[in-house]
Design a protein around this ligand. Structure first.
Ligand SMILES: N[C@@H](CCOP(=O)(O)O)C(=O)O
Length: 460
């Protein structure tokens, strides 16, 4: 299996090189040259597999440069860190299925891919006798999951940029209380979009990228998306009988999670529709419902991990929407840079509406949904998951099974939950133990030059 760039400017690379390249060297994102499909019969034969066994079945179709025994061992090691034996269990509440993705070390869905990616980096670096300098951006959850995926690992330094004061207090502590020597937190005076721009800017400087062996932990990295494909299939196997289509409702920020669902569907998963749920940062909802992809200002909301305007993985979807025409993708991003918007044909917009439905859920509706769901079912939703549940309530009116992705544990967003329900959230030990820990973090302006200088000074 070889990987190509959405912008068409690199020679195809194999899986391990794609993982190490992160952002494609031409500024695009990497995708497999073809999407491996599975049949309905194969899907049926996977019903009794454990999560790691299923992960191997899926991931191995995209990887042909790691021996099978090594790949299975990497997968097993990654999911052994989860606190639930099913890794991503599904529970049924009030007529919807909740796919719980928060049983990893940092209590968010990001652990599912970042435990795997951390182990994968370690494996490749050991084999190649190389070092890696990870530079990542987070609006709250990716940062701690990435840090916990690589903390203390030999040959890896990690620099994580988060928007200062714009994550939840727990999210900030989960990052800054990790004092391992290889971990560096940077609080940027700006938004997540500023942080992501800086990361992409540094990776786009190929001399710097090569000299410091820069690597990506964001969903820029294909391995992130790939690992997330697995739980869509796992969930389908738990909720649907043979051939039955289901709806997935996905709280969406950087478009990586929903893109993983799109890939699962392209591989053969019976998906009726992917629901793209946004908070007030609703550029993608505007795009799907009105064809308006113009960049607005990032707004701070109750669901900070989704406080994003320019969603990175949207580019991967555009590659398929534009029928794999890399020149058209490049032109779209040139337009975005010049005009702050991308224009689409009516035919393209029709296709988008076949692939997705979307709703934007504001603060009031998020709070109401948390409150009502708790009242009706006793189950506590975090604000991101509540956005997805509300979107499903608004958009699905027939009896198609609906799976809502529960992307984070509610205790990560205690203030929002208290505001919604009036009750304190039971705090799991992973969060309780953060209280009073010493922290380390440097603060910087949203300036790539400052970040670059800090990396040079730190890595040497
Ligand atoms: N929601 C994310 C933002 C970064 O997204 P990623 O999927 O590209 O890592 C976060 O919580 O940091």
């Amino acid at each position: 299996m070889r990987y190509l760039s959405t912008r068409g400017g690199i020679a195809p690379v194999r899986f391990k090189d794609a993982v190490m390249m992160g952002l494609a060297d031409d500024g695009g994102l990497l995708l497999p040259e073809s999407i491996p499909a599975f049949s309905a019969a194969e899907l049926e034969s996977w019903r009794t597999l454990t999560y790691p066994q299923l992960a191997f079945k899926i991931i191995s179709r995209f990887v042909d440069d790691i021996p099978a025994t090594d790949l299975q061992a990497l997968i097993d090691r990654s999911y052994a860190t989860f606190s639930h034996p099913e890794v991503t269990p599904v529970v049924q509440k009030d007529g919807v299925y909740i796919l719980e993705l928060f049983h990893g070390v940092t209590l968010a869905f990001k652990d599912v891919a970042l435990q795997f990616l951390g182990n994968l980096f370690e494996y490749i670096l050991h084999e190649r006798h190389e070092r890696l300098t990870i530079v990542g951006a987070t609006s709250g959850d990716t940062g701690s999951a990435a840090i916990h995926g690589v903390r203390g690992k030999a040959g890896i330094s990690i620099f994580i940029l988060h928007p200062h004061g714009k994550t939840s207090p727990v999210q900030a502590l989960q990052m800054t209380s990790v004092l391992d020597e290889n971990v560096h937190n940077i609080a940027v005076d700006g938004t997540f979009d500023d942080c992501q721009d800086i990361v992409k800017g540094l990776m786009g400087d190929l001399e710097f990228k090569q000299k410091y062996s820069l690597g990506a932990v964001n969903s820029i990295n294909w391995a992130r998306v790939l690992a997330q494909v697995v739980y869509y299939i796992y969930a389908w196997l738990r909720v649907a009988e043979q051939g039955r289509k289901v709806v997935f409702s996905v709280p969406t920020g950087n478009f990586g999670d929903i893109f993983a669902g799109y890939m699962a569907q392209q591989m053969g998963l019976p998906v009726e529709k992917l629901l793209l749920a946004t908070n007030e940062n609703n550029i993608l909802t505007r795009f799907i419902n009105q064809g308006d992809y113009s960049v607005g200002t990032v707004v701070q909301t109750l669901s900070p991990s989704m406080d994003i305007q320019v969603a990175s993985n949207f580019e991967r979807y555009l590659f398929y929407l534009f029928k794999q025409d890399a020149a058209r993708v490049s032109a779209a991003f040139a337009q975005l840079k010049a005009e702050g918007k991308i224009s689409f044909s009516q035919q393209e917009l029709q296709q988008v509406r076949q692939d997705f439905r979307s709703a934007s859920v504001d603060r009031q509706a998020t709070l109401e949904t948390i409150r009502q769901f708790k009242h009706d079912t006793g189950y506590l939703l975090d604000p991101h998951t509540a956005v997805g549940v509300r979107a499903a309530q608004e958009l699905v009116t027939d009896d198609t099974p609906v799976v809502c992705l529960a992307t984070a544990h509610p205790a990560k967003f205690g203030e929002a939950v208290v505001e919604a329900t009036g009750d304190a959230v039971p705090v799991p030990p992973a969060i309780a133990q953060l209280e009073g820990l010493p922290t380390r973090c440097v603060r910087m302006q949203a300036d790539a030059g400052q970040v670059r200088a800090f990396i040079i000074l730190t890595v040497g």
